[in-house]
Design a protein around this ligand. Sequence first.
Ligand code: GLP
Length: 243
Amino acid sequence: IREDYDAVADYTAKYLRDRINDFAPTADRPFVLGLPTGSSPEGVYKNLVKYHKAGQLSFRHVITFNMDEYVSLPQSHPQSYHTFMHTHLFSHIDIPPSQTHILDGNAADLEKECQEFEEQIRGVGGIELFLGGIGPDGHIAFNEPGSSLRSRTRVKTLAYDTILANSRFFDNDISKVPKMALTVGVATVMDAREVLILITGAHKSLALHSCIELGISHMWTVSALQNHPHPMIVCDEDATLEL
Ligand code: GLP
């Protein structure tokens, strides 16, 4: 628990920097990192870029997989997760573009796209650390309430609450928010050897409570973390209001 959002972002970025450096990745043994979008990781990415520019962190041997992407939103759209990742992280660091993976929400065959994503993750030996955020309803990636805890990467219809929450990025107009997304499954995240979840703000306090103080439930998909051997939640004081 850290005081506020900035302290959460500072702690998490330092943790990731040290984790990658301690792993000492090479071309033969890359560090495989799962990444989220949304406002929660923005400060973390800012700090990672700072560490990279200061010569404290290289992404030369890091391979990334993003959690999700909207269906049918052009990749060049300002709110696509492709644009987000390039704007906030990839364009500022030394990661080779071929080592970044983001689901293609415009693929002709969406199911095949999802299947191939899982195969690519397996092909590099699985994810070492999955960084994530959650929605106020406790969803991880786009695993909306009711998602199977054994789910894998797939097409998902977004919950009304998520469309409403994300409309702030689309001129507060819910008609502009995509209604479907491609997302890694709960099991895809839980397969990672370590999972680190960012939870900040009073509006996520019920989700934090449900995730760690209630039982594991597919209605609060992040609660699956209780079964993970190496989980960590980094939250701020506001998010602890219901604990
Ligand atoms: C979206 C994303 C999630 C993210 C959530 C919270 O629904 N699919 O991966 O965790 O938003 O976003 P924010 O961090 O902006 O609150």
